[in-house]
Design a protein around this ligand. Structure first.
Ligand SMILES: C[S@@+](CC[C@H](N)C(=O)[O-])C[C@H]1O[C@@H](n2cnc3c(N)ncnc32)[C@H](O)[C@@H]1O
Length: 231
């Protein structure tokens, strides 16, 4: 049970947690991982958090001192050092929509390229004018795709009440346990509205059964004594 301050985020993380609990491959890559917020949900043997911010990667590695957790310092729109079809599960949350449109599609294509043919690709996108182009890129590479829409009007109104300049994380009331429980209760309504695109503002996309069948062995390793790889 995720008790976030935003009902929409609670819904997203419940979906992500469920999907990741089903994915027990070898290599999991969290694209734009920041300080490994998603780490605990990954059930793959190895977790690679990828971000271009070295300080955030170091913070993530300090939180997770296990030998199967690594940081990759790289630009997600240029993953040339990562072999095609080499990652079992590729995840991107809260980031793609922040990139300018050309870099957004380049990053999406790179993340798809590195996903194994039998792997899973999970990403979150915003329902902006560029959404259909990005969805078309995903559809061109996977034959099993599920799009779950979320951030319905009820979640938006609740979040708007507490937001300060679009930020809600540090709100003293929204952060209280009682209000997190309220946000969780509101997030249940997302399950009723998640098939209606026009009501929502975001989409969580689950893709599998990649059409290109080429796979490779994962080829990155950290220098001895470190858990950070720089691309
Ligand atoms: C809002 S945070 C998202 C963190 C996490 N994925 C989550 O869901 O909470 C965005 C992160 O993306 C990273 N980032 C932004 N553009 C990037 C890029 N082109 N390549 C790698 N990391 C990037 C930033 O450094 C930051 O840590």
């Amino acid at each position: 049970m995720n008790l976030m301050v935003r009902p929409s985020k609670t819904f997203l993380y419940d979906l992500l947690e469920k999907e990741l609990s089903l994915a027990s491959g070898e290599i999991g890559l969290d694209a734009a991982s920041a300080n490994f917020k998603n780490r605990k949900m990954f059930k793959t043997k190895y977790y690679y958090g990828l971000d271009y911010d070295l300080e955030l990667l170091k913070q993530g590695l300090a939180k997770y001192q296990d030998p199967n957790t690594f940081g990759i310092q790289a630009d997600m729109a240029n993953l040339k050092g990562v072999a095609d079809g080499s990652i079992d599960i590729v995840v991107s949350t809260n980031t793609l929509y922040q990139l300018p449109p050309d870099r957004r599609s380049r990053a999406l294509s790179e993340l798809i390229r590195i996903c194994r043919p039998d792997g899973r690709f999970l990403c979150e996108l915003i329902l902006d004018p560029g959404f259909d182009t990005l969805l078309a890129i995903i559809k061109a590479h996977f034959s099993a795709i599920d799009v779950i829409y979320y951030r319905n009007p009820l979640s938006r109104i609740y979040e708007w009440i507490f937001e300060r300049n679009g930020n809600l994380g540090s709100h003293p009331i929204a952060g209280m346990r009682l209000f997190r429980l309220l946000a969780w209760a509101l997030s249940r309504i997302e399950y009723l509205t998640c098939n209606i695109r026009s009501l929502n503002r975001r989409a969580f996309i689950k893709a599998s059964e990649k059409t290109e069948k080429h796979s490779s062995i994962f080829n990155l390793s950290a220098p001895p004594g470190t858990r950070i790889i720089t691309l």
